[in-house]
Design a protein around this ligand. Structure first.
Ligand SMILES: [Zn+2]
Length: 1357
């Protein structure tokens, strides 16, 4: 979404820039427009007017003569012969003109040596840089350096040009004709034979040809002042060369004000006359003649002087001739004819023939021995940002696709890549069949290539890897179904930093051959440009190593073309004008620009292939504008011969890089955090819009469960499906969606789509549970009667289903579904309005429960937010939360019954609610985990052994978001985190605590101030503390941007090291103020150490390990040893000038008015012995992602329980997945096949050296080795007919994919080879998974054809 340039509004008024401020650009644009206008008028005036003067004066003379036959000058007409007066006048004029001819011939072979002193326009330029530019200018023109002393001397050899020789011959011919004419009058006896002297004219050409070859010498001296600044440059040499250098380097002659294009006419004629002449020696010629490599060919002559002489002939001599002709009666009519002929000839010569059709050769393919410039036409279309996805589609993207397709059909050599399937799908369904056939041909021929191919270009910091896989799979399946294609290239050009998971999982495991993007840290880029390491082999996973690596290319600049090569209608770049009748004829100039820009890129890239991205945000709405220019550049630059330019795609480019057989540097870890300037770390968006981030995460887990239930019931395309939720979730992964960097109304649009998707999925879940719980009789199965209700607002304690007063005799049935592959026991909480309740399991046995009071804060939020979401206040008044432990089998459900007994709860199950204050040393907790309280928050102590105990002190604080300073206006905003101080948040000493203690868990409610409160919990039998925070509305009246953090402080000696996850999967080692790839210059010690968290963060020392897991994407860091912090919420006062143009200030509105958004969330803290934390992080992390799904129904007595299936597991009884394996996807596809993804959750680990005794410590590492899953037990009542292993997105067979995989060479050691799980044996049906491996299987069952039938049910259940 963001480009460097300010995009013109065009017809799509919502494209602006994320990097808006590029100083000077608007000014430059203005200048260009002004000078362009000036140039036209100047040229018009100077060329058209003299000619019209000639012709109009001729007419005037003619009229005058007709009216005044006796006039002195023309009286000869009447008397015969000619007037002597006019004759001598003409002769005199003619004599004056002859030296012009002579001077023209003489000067054509000489150069005019000038000495000029220049000053540099751009004062910021270093002398070194200017020297480099001068060097590059002359070497490009094939000059050699002969002296490198104080004065640099360049030497080159000039060769004659045929065009110049011909021109001289022509001019001489005209001139001699005039001489002939005068002589016929002067010496009439010889008659018209005088005209034979024109036969001498070729001699002028011969003279030129013989003498023009000469040496040119240019001397350059740079005067550097006392402060190391470049004062002036003295240049001596040929006038033309010096002038060209001045223009290219934008130098000013000392003491002169340079008026751009003051030489308008000369300039114009120069192009007209010399457009066909060869300015430079061909590279190929040069190559063939090494001994003559010093030979250079310069500009064909000192064209300016030539032009003056030429003008002399063109304008002056005809006047003479006219006078003569009019003086001689017999020749009068011939004179008019001759003059017309002369004008035509002049037009032909000057104008370079007339305008005509040019066929551009756009065919070129790669030429191995040349520098190849791959031009890749593309449009970056954000799936929502400043406008919603549909608004962008309607206003911009359908223009793009319509006009691109038309342009591609026009020329079979043109190519285009398309990326965002959310848009392409919208467009595709609106096309006629005839059009679809044509487009399919374009795709088959490679003219239109889908790359990346997900529904959107997902963000890489804030999405969970499962969402990234799902959204890409959705797009890939569309491409496969409609076009039978498999995308080959990852294209993440805009996301703000790049994750390891993107490289290895969303890249290599999709079978991509390469991955490209633009945004990396500015310091990193500078180093990579210097060292030519923009292109690397990236091994994103240390567990999978080289088995999952990918060729990765970082663009040398942004994802737009080099400056001066953008061609949308309102863009400022000069188009190639190759029609000689147009005034801005500029072919050679533009070719030179192109070559210069390409050579600059060659300097920072390995191999002789470079890629230019021809396009940027929402471009190609008028695709002709781009394609026409690209056609011309390919045609003319190839004609020029210095480069080979071609229409290309990233796939073609990748193949070319591969064919070069080069070794590439190795890259591990990732590209976070991203900064584009010293004070601009894009680490604020890790937390921006925390409520939306949580909504996306909640629905992601729900979607996973809903797909399982859809499969277990049997997909029914006519009924509710998960498709809508899939679509909404996919779009929500866009890099301006879950990232929180869109405008408010766009965020609302994403949320609306998600809620609509949820409603569909909710119906599906209800009907599936109803189906699965129905009794055995087939009539009941076909029309299962149970109506299940669910409570999406359970997070704010709102659940009409459970709150409804349990009428006497009626009870509430709670069905709890577990989408994990292992058995789970977990506390379930539901709001109830009665305190006289008991809970029984399906067998009628009472279970232990706790009844808790709803805190005042919880009630306030419940009332306000229910009203805000639903437009009405909650009907019932929930007073309590009922909590009980549900025990649920893998991939199955259990049922519980809540009923009203009419009497108060028994002592055993009751909670003890007391209150205390901070200073009373309140302590809760069981076993070796204790919580104590202070004004800052909670102190969590874990006793790891009698001698080893660790305490983490939790506290809150907020960063003051910078408003920008005088030196740097960068403010903290939606993207950027730029803190300007930090303030602690403390409660009052006497603040009250509410302490709840019971048989299942203890919890303490604590209010730190009017806008931060929290509940801390410890569960029986669990070793982690759960912290549920409520933050908001963040006060904004003081005009201060606030970014709220919580910290955990210990005395651990962590030595600057901590670990954060990559999209919820691998953990990556981070070292404070350090980057693996370059020497970090620290300007932002806080923001520059922030990393995105999706699963969590941990740190270790020799005696302990502290892990924190999160419930959504947040930013986090460890800014001091032994300390961890999370950013939980942000409310800003400024926009951070990255294009969104709106302040991140989320509010919630009620009829009474709007106030800042309050968020609720949880994080989890556990302290372990070193090395033990992974087990908790991995398995509990999966439980956070996939919470238990709860549905409610009512029954009379025990009617429902007695007549329904109350527990269920899809697995064979007693089978469960190993604890190190998660079931990522179980989904029935539209074609009836079943998509199964299994993931090993653990990373490969080596036993830590300090583990003692090592054998016992490492014994627990059994989770870090290969895992096995038995498919027969997974689908124990179904017959598996076929299992096919595929790529991660299921769009190609794995074996085929591996066969096609490019094997890249890596500089140095490529790392150990990793052994993957064996292929699945059709008989045994066991899936092996090595650490961090994900395997994707397409399964066909024997009962696949029947969707919902008795036979199938028997198989299934
Ligand atoms: Zn974008």
């Amino acid at each position: 979404m963001a480009t460097k340039l300010i995009s013109p509004p065009l017809s799509c008024p919502w494209v602006t820039s994320r990097e808006v401020i590029i100083k000077g650009l608007p000014r430059r644009r203005r200048e260009w427009m002004v000078t362009k206008r000036n140039r036209v008028s100047a040229v018009t005036a100077m060329i058209v007017e003299p000619l019209s003067v000639v012709s109009s004066s001729a007419i005037q003379i003619h009229q005058w003569w007709e009216q005044n036959p006796n006039s002195l000058l023309l009286m000869t007409e009447a008397t015969g012969g000619y007037s002597l007066a006019s004759y001598y006048t003409s002769l005199g004029l003619f004599v004056i003109s002859v030296p012009g001819l002579w001077s023209l011939i003489k000067r054509s072979v000489k150069s005019k040596i000038v000495r000029k002193t220049f000053v540099v326009n751009d004062v910021k330029k270093e002398p070194k840089q200017v020297a480099g530019e001068i060097l590059s200018f002359f070497t490009r023109k094939n000059f050699n350096i002969t002296d490198r002393g104080e004065t640099i001397t360049f030497e080159g050899k000039m060769v004659p040009s045929r065009g110049q020789a011909a021109l001289l011959t022509f001019c001489t011919c005209i001139s001699l004709a005039s001489v002939g004419l005068v002589l016929t009058i002067t010496v009439p006896d010889f008659g018209n034979n005088w005209f034979f002297i024109i036969l001498l004219s070729p001699l002028a050409g011969v003279y030129y040809w013989k003498k023009a070859s000469r040496k040119e010498e240019i001397k350059v001296k740079m005067m550097v002042g006392s402060k190391g600044r470049l004062d002036e440059i003295v240049v001596q040499g040929d006038d033309v060369q010096v002038e060209e250098m001045r223009k290219e380097l934008q130098l000013n002659e000392k003491g002169m004000v340079y008026v751009k294009d003051a030489r308008g006419l000369t300039h114009f004629l120069e192009h007209m006359v010399f457009k066909g002449s060869k300015l430079y020696l061909d590279r190929s010629e040069k190559k063939s003649d090494d001994s003559d490599s010093s030979r250079a060919s310069l500009s064909s002559s000192s064209s300016t002087k030539t032009l003056v002489s030429l003008l002399h002939i063109v304008l002056h001599e005809p006047l003479c001739i006219i006078f003569i002709f009019f003086s001689r009666k017999a020749l009068a009519s011939m004179a008019v004819k001759c003059f017309s002929l002369y004008l035509i000839l002049a037009a032909i010569v000057i104008g370079g023939v007339t305008s005509e059709y040019i066929e551009y050769n756009t065919k070129p393919r790669i030429v191995p021995e040349k520098i190849n410039v791959h031009l890749v036409p593309h449009s970056h279309d954000d799936v929502g940002w400043l406008k919603t996805v549909d608004q962008y589609y309607g206003a911009c993207v359908q223009n793009v696709l319509d006009s691109v397709i038309a342009s591609l059909l026009d020329d079979e050599n043109r190519k285009f890549i398309y990326v965002e399937m959310a848009f392409f799908q919208r467009w595709w369904r609106q096309q006629s069949n005839a059009k679809k056939v044509k487009v399919k041909k374009l795709v088959d021929s490679g003219q239109l290539e889908f790359i990346n191919g997900g529904m959107c270009m997902h963000d890489e910091a804030t999405p969970h890897y499962i969402d990234m896989i799902d959204q890409t799979t959705l797009g890939h399946q569309f491409i496969k179904t409609e076009f039978g294609q498999v995308p080959r290239v990852g294209w993440q050009i805009d996301p703000f930093g790049h994750s390891a998971v993107q490289a290895y999982l969303l890249g290599a495991e999709f079978g991509f051959d390469s991955l490209f993007f633009a945004r990396i840290d500015y310091q990193d880029r500078a180093k990579r440009l210097r060292e030519k390491t923009l292109e690397v082999i990236w091994q994103g996973s240390k567990s999978l190593g080289s088995s999952s690596q990918i060729f990765t290319g970082v663009f040398p600049r942004h994802y737009d073309p080099p400056e001066g090569f953008t061609f949308e209608i309102n863009d400022v770049s000069a188009p190639i004008q190759d029609d000689p009748l147009l005034f801005d004829y500029n072919v050679q100039e533009r070719v030179n620009d192109f070559v210069a820009a390409a050579l600059a890129q060659v300097n920072v890239t390995r191999t002789n292939h470079i890629m230019w991205l021809m396009g940027t945000d929402f471009r190609y709405q008028y695709a002709y504008s781009w394609f026409r220019q690209i056609d011309k550049f390919i045609h003319y630059v190839n004609k020029d011969g210095r480069l080979n330019v071609l229409y290309s795609t990233p796939s073609i480019y990748t193949d070319a890089k591969y064919a070069a057989n080069e070794s590439w540097p190795l890259k591990t870890d990732d590209f976070f955090p991203y900064a584009d300037k010293p004070n601009a770390y894009w680490t604020g968006y890790f937390t921006s819009r925390p409520a939306f981030k949580k909504y996306v995460r909640d629905l992601s887990g729900y979607y996973l469960a809903a797909r399982q239930l859809e499969f277990l019931r049997g997909r029914d395309s006519s009924g509710p499906t998960t498709d809508m939720l899939a679509d909404a979730l996919a779009i929500a992964q866009h890099h301006d969606a879950v990232s929180g960097t869109q405008r408010q109304h766009v965020a609302a649009d994403y949320a609306l789509r998600l809620s609509m998707g949820y409603l569909q999925a909710e119906k599906l879940v209800a009907s599936s549970l109803s189906f699965l719980s129905a009794a055995k009789s087939s009539t009941e199965k076909k029309n299962p009667g149970t109506k299940f209700q669910q409570c999406p607002l359970l997070n704010i304690s709102y659940c009409p289903a459970s709150e409804a007063r349990l009428l006497s005799g009626k009870s509430l049935v709670v069905v709890v579904y577990n989408s994990l592959g292992w058995k789970r026991e977990e506390v379930v909480r539901v709001p109830v309005s009665s305190e006289n309740v008991i809970v029984k399991d399906a067998s009628g046995k009472e279970v232990v429960f706790q009844l808790l009071p709803l805190s005042e804060i919880a009630l306030r939020i419940r009332n306000e937010y229910v009203k805000a979401y639903l437009g009405r206040s909650p009907r019932d008044t929930a007073k309590h939360v009922l909590a009980f432990t549900a025990s649920v089998p893998p991939l199955g459900f259990s049922s519980y019954v809540i009923s009203d007994t009419g009497r108060t709860a028994r002592g055993l199950s009751a909670s003890y609610v007391t209150s205390g204050s901070m200073n009373q040393n309140v302590e809760v907790g069981q076993g070796n985990l204790k919580l104590r309280y202070s004004e800052e928050g909670v102190k969590i102590t874990r006793h790891l052994s009698t001698k080893n105990q660790v305490t983490a002190e939790q506290s809150y604080a907020y960063y003051i978001g910078s408003n920008g300073t005088d030196k740097d206006p960068q403010a903290s905003g939606a993207y950027v985190f730029r803190p300007d101080g930090v303030l602690p948040i403390k409660s009052k000493e006497e603040a009250q605590l509410t302490i709840v203690q019971g048989p299942l868990f203890d919890e303490v409610h604590q209010e730190l101030n009017s806008w931060i409160s929290q509940i801390t919990r410890v569960y029986k039998g669990k070793n982690h503390a759960e912290i549920e925070f409520t933050i908001g509305p963040i006060p904004a009246d003081d005009g201060i941007s606030k970014e709220i953090i919580t910290k955990l402080t210990t005395t651990m000696k962590t030595n600057g090291t901590f670990y954060t996850d990559s999209n919820g999967r691998d953990f990556i080692k981070r070292i404070r103020d350090f980057r693996t790839d370059w020497d970090l210059q620290v300007y932002q010690p806080v923001a520059g150490n922030y990393y995105p968290l999706n699963l969590g963060i941990y740190m270790q020392d020799k005696t302990s390990e502290l892990s924190v897991l999160v419930d959504r994407a947040v930013g986090g860091s460890s800014l001091e040893n032994g300390q961890i912090e999370l950013m939980l919420h942000r409310r800003m006062q400024h926009d951070d000038i990255r294009g969104v143009g709106e302040i991140l200030n989320e509010t919630v509105c009620l009829p009474e008015g709007c106030k800042g958004l309050t968020i609720q969330g949880k994080f989890y803290v556990q302290i372990d012995k070193p090395g033990d934390g992974a087990k908790w992080r991995r398995t509990f992390g999966q439980e956070i992602y996939s919470p238990l799904l709860i549905a409610f129904t009512e029954q009379e007595g025990d009617s429902w329980i007695n007549s329904h299936k109350t527990t269920f597991s899809a697995f064979e009884p007693s089978y469960s997945l190993p604890k190190n394996v998660a079931l990522l996807t179980l989904q029935e596809l539209e074609n009836g096949e079943v998509l199964l993804r299994l993931a090993h959750l653990f990373e490969v680990l080596t036993c830590p050296l300090y583990a003692f005794p090592p054998l016992i410590m490492c014994y627990s590492y059994v989770l870090f080795v290969m895992a096995k899953v038995e498919l027969k037990k997974l689908f124990h009542n179904k017959k598996i007919r076929e299992v096919k292993e595929t790529s991660l997105s299921g769009n190609q067979e794995k074996a085929e994919m591996e066969k096609r995989r490019l094997i890249w060479k890596v500089e140095g050691s490529a790392g150990e080879e990793v052994k993957r799980g064996e292929a699945v044996d059709a008989e045994k049906l066991v899936v092996e998974l090595v650490p961090m491996e994900i395997r994707t299987l397409l399964i066909k069952f024997d009962d696949q054809i029947e969707m919902v039938g008795d036979k199938e049910q028997q198989h299934r259940l």
